[in-house]
Structures are given as C-alpha cells and as structure tokens.
Design a binder for this molecule. Sequence first.
Ligand code: MV4
Length: 447
Amino acid sequence: MLKRILIANRGEIAVRIIRACVEMGIETVAVYSEADRESMHVYMADRAVCIGPAESKLSYLNMPAIITAAKLMEVDGLHPGFGFLSENPKFASLCKMAGIAFIGPSPEAIGLMGDKAAARETMKKAGVPIVPGSEGKIYEVEEGRRIAQKIGYPVMIKASSGGGGRGMRVVLEDDDFSSSFNICKQESKAAFSDDALYIEKYIQNPRHIEFQIFGDSHGHVIHLGERDCTLQRRNQKVLEEAPSIILDHDLRNRMGEAAIKAAKACGYVNAGTIEFLLDRDKNFYFMEMNTRIQVEHPVTEFVTGIDIVKEQIRIAAGLELELKQEDVRISGHAIECRINAENPDYNFRPSPGKVTTFHVPGGHGIRIDSSIYEEYTITPYYDSMIAKVIAYGRNREEAICKMRRALSEFAIGGVDTNIDFLIKLLNQRDVEENNYDTSYIEKWLGK
Ligand code: MV4
C-alpha cells in the first residue's frame, strides 16, 4: 500500500481525498497557493507545502513546483483530484518518471481520451456506439461542409482538443456552416493551440447519462452504474443523481457493457467516467471519457456503498479490484446539488468574500462535502463551488424531499449563494416528474 500521498488540489476534493487517506492510515501532504494559506486542506494534511502565488497557473498548475514538493516530501503517490492537472498527460508522465504513483490512468490513456476525435475512432473500432459524424480530424471548411451535408443538419462542430462543452457550435443549416466552422477553428486554435475539428449529428433534447467505471492493473474492468447529469447550465452541472430513472434494467445493462468496452479499448486503469448522450428514442452514443474522479462521485458512493477514492488508491498501489461486477448492487436514490458562492439574480456572478455564518444541514441521509468554515474568506481566484450536498433516500421522491429539507437548513452569511435557486429548481413540477432535457434550466430561466 502507498505510505504518503501528495494531494495536488484544493477545496472540498482535497479534503475528500485527505479523509480517505486518514481512514487508510496513509500520510498526507497538501500543496497550497499563497491565497490558500488558511484553507481547510492545509490544516487537515499532515504536512503542507506552498507552491506559488494565488494565480492557478503559478501554483496548482505549476508542474515543476508540485513535482519538486512531491520529491522533497518523499511521497510515493499523488492524487490530482479534478480540474487543474488531473487530465494532463504530461503531468501524469512526470510523476511516473519521478517514481511517484499517479492516482489516475496512464499518460497514454489520458492523452488518447483528451484527443476527442481519436477517442471517437477508438470507440468506433471497439464497437461502442458513437454519434453519426466525421472520421478522423477535419481542418478544411469544404471537407467539413461535405460531411455536414452527408450527415444532415443540424450538426455540431467540435474541437478535437475541447471537451466538457468548450469549443463547440451547433449549425442549423448549410448557409451557416462556413462561418461557424471558421469561428470554431479560430477559437480552438486560440484556446487549445490545436485547430483540429470533428463533426457530429446534433442530437436534439438529449439526456446526459454517464457511467462510473473502474479498471485495475490486472485487466479487470467493472462499472458502478450511471449518473444522470442532465440538469446543467452553460455546461456546468447543477444537479446530479443516481440512478437515472429513465433507464430500465435492459438499457442500463447495455450501456454498462458499452462503458466497460470503452474502458478496455483504451487500456484504462483507475476510476473513469464514460459520458453518453441518450436521445428521445433511447438510443445512446459515446460522447467523451473523463479520465479523473468527478465532482458528482458521491451520488454513486451512496447508491453502491463503495468509497471511490479509496478504490482509486488501492488500484494505484497495484491491488486487484475486490469487487466483481455481480457484487455491485445499486440501492436507493441519491441526488447532489452544488452550492456556489454566486448571485443568480446577476447572471450567477461569483460572490467572493468573508463567510460570516456557516451552518450546514445534517441528519439522516445527508452528506456535506465542503472545505468552508466560519470566518473563512473565499477568494476570487478559483471556482465558486463551496459545498456539495448529497441526499440519499429509498427512492427519488424521498431523496428530493430530503434535499429540499437540507437546502432549507443552510445558513450562510457574508456571501451570496445559489441555495434559493436550487430550492426553486427542485420545486419545478417538470423536475419532480423527471420531465426535462439538457436545455431545461436555460429555457426555464429564459422565460
Ligand atoms: C452534443 C450535444 C448534441 N449532439 N453532441 C455539451 C458538453 C459536452 N460534453 C458535449 N455537449 C453536447 N454535445 C451532439 N452530437 C449536446 C451537448 C450539450 C449538452 C450535453 C450534455 C449536457 C448538457 C448539454 C448542454 C448543451 C449541449
């Protein structure tokens, strides 16, 4: 087993990882920026190293500083959390070269799945359903246009180096194709230093369903069922739940099998997520693979009883998965809401500042993952998520009731939050009745 782990992250996920290490008897090393001297993860870890100024680029994204800290502290493992360097193949490779177990997949798997056009080809070859679209990478507008005409409008143009909603555009008709393609190409070059694009049929009114998978270094791959993350706003998830009540037993098994096939196709080791789009006729298509632990992992932990972070650490230590597919049982229903320091009345603008009151809910079936404490000052440097609330009930109705109850117990002073917005969202009949698609929140706010 690993003896000492460096956590290359901050906020609630750093706290989450430290907690798993404490339970496993593993020593922890935190890294922090100058803006995070008083952050919870710094206090909770056995040791802490400052790696640079507030700006992420100079601290949490500073590979040499983090690798130096890891060597200095003689860690044998490193957990990247999510965001920051978690899906950077170069960073995973630097860890490997330093003899440190990167708690995540190989640099090759991260690189392959980060190249969205290559990921599509890999899935197609493996027999995982993909959205009808282009083959390989497209650089020329006329080639793209021919393909779009062949697929039929509407289509989506996506940056091969994009993902998570970045660098993509819907094109409704042929007249708009050229200008959209050129804008997409320029944006992609500016954002990712790569102008490779690919084209897909635009799936209208889809649901976003993702499968949690695990691969170990002994060739075993299992899935832990799905999460329904359809309720998003501007590519940010707002509410996630497990299981998805629109899947039946048969569809869940077929999608789970496809997710396992997808993971095997890229030689995947550690925890990962296969994102699917599900159309109105319940056809599913591979969209992207996330090669990291995700924000919404707790809903899967609630319905399976499995500690995903501990399992990640065991896998990185070379141990075999203890669970077989038939041991994974989904029971009950879990919902997660992300609490952000932001103001929904002003287009959800961030609301940094000193937290003067911080009372969190508790009680049966409620889990709070947070790194905030009273008198803590939220800085403007990082994202605005300050807590996650996860509610677990015997069924979806009970989980919704618990979530409403938990949200109403919060007392947060000093900064604005989206809590009232979340309560309103949970009170929408369409949400209660599971009658929505990925554009629901935007449509709801628009009218
Ligand atoms: C799509 C799509 C429709 N058709 N691809 C947005 C996030 C990124 N992971 C992929 N996204 C989409 N890709 C095709 N071919 C619709 C979306 C999409 C979306 C997907 C899931 C959840 C919310 C979304 C909001 C807008 C667009």
